[in-house]
Design a protein around this ligand. Structure first.
Ligand code: NI
Ligand code: MN
Length: 223
C-alpha cells in the first residue's frame, strides 16, 4: 500500500496509488511555477477545496478529457454542470463521500470562495483516502483550534498546509497548525507562486512533525 504524490505547484496535487489517480486543485494554466500541462494529467477524480481560480484552475478541461468525477462544494458542482461536466459529487463540510478508489471528506476552512464574481459556497479543506493513505489538504485557511479535532478524527498520514501568508496562514501559524493536526508528514503549500506570497519554507518548523518540502513538478512516494 502507498501512493505517489506529485506536487503540481501552488496548492495542486496528483495522488496516485498505481491503479487510480486523484487530482486536488489542479491549477496549471496561468500558474507561473507549474511544470505540467492540463493535457498531461490523467485522473479518475478531481477534488476541489474552493472556487478561487488558483484552485479551480483547469478543472473543466481535465474533467472532460478524463471523464473524471469532480468532488466539490455544492455551488461549485452546480457551476460545473452548466459548463458541461457530467460526473459530479457535491458536498459540504462534515460530509464524507465513498468512491470505488477510496473516499473524500470535506472539512471547514476560514477563507472565501468565488469564481468570476459568483458565489461558490463554503471554502473547505479536503481529506482524501486512497491506497491506504490519508491526505488532509487544508485548503486556503487561517489557523483554527479544531484542526486538532480534524487530526484526531482522520489521523492523516500527510497534511498539505498553506504557509504563504496574506491570503492564508503564514509560516508561524502554519507551524501551529501542523502541531495541532499531528500528521506523520507535513508538506508546505500555497507559497512562492507569486511575489506577494512567502518565498521559502524555512519558517515552517513544527515540533514533532516531519516536514517534506516538494518542488513543483516533483513526485514523492509515500509508503
Ligand atoms: Ni483562495
Ligand atoms: Mn488560493
Amino acid at each position: 500500500m502507498g501512493i505517489e504524490l506529485t506536487y503540481l505547484g501552488h496548492a495542486g496535487f496528483l495522488l496516485d496509488d498505481g491503479r487510480n489517480a486523484v487530482a486536488i486543485d489542479p491549477f496549471l494554466t496561468d500558474n507561473p511555477v507549474a511544470k505540467h500541462k492540463p493535457s498531461e494529467i490523467r485522473c479518475r477524480a478531481i477534488v476541489l477545496t474552493h472556487g478561487h481560480a488558483d484552485h479551480f484552475g483547469d478543472t473543466v478541461a481535465i474533467a472532460k478529457a478524463n471523464g473524471a468525477t469532480v468532488y466539490a462544494a455544492f455551488e461549485i458542482t452546480a457551476y460545473l454542470e452548466e459548463q458541461g461536466v457530467s460526473k459530479l459529487e457535491p458536498g459540504n463540510p462534515g460530509g464524507k463521500i465513498s468512491a470505488d478508489w477510496g473516499w473524500v471528506a470535506f472539512t471547514q476552512a476560514f477563507h472565501s470562495s468565488s469564481y468570476n464574481g459568483r458565489y461558490m459556497g463554503m471554502p473547505t479543506g479536503v481529506v482524501a483516502h486512497l491506497g491506504g493513505v490519508t491526505v488532509y489538504h487544508c485548503g486556503d485557511t487561517t489557523l483554527f483550534s479544531d484542526m486538532k479535532l480534524i487530526g484526531e478524527i482522520y489521523s492523516p498520514d500527510v497534511a498539505l498546509i498553506p504557509i504563504g501568508d496574506r491570503f492564508t496562514m503564514g509560516p508561524e501559524l502554519a507551524t501551529r497548525a501542523a502541531e495541532f493536526i499531528k500528521p506523520k508528514v507535513a508538506v508546505p503549500i500555497h507559497y512562492r507562486t507569486w511575489p506577494l506570497l512567502v518565498q521559502d519554507a524555512s519558517g515552517f518548523k513544527p515540533k514533532g512533525v516531519e516536514v517534506k518540502v516538494l518542488e513543483p513538478g516533483e513526485t514523492w512516494a509515500y509508503r
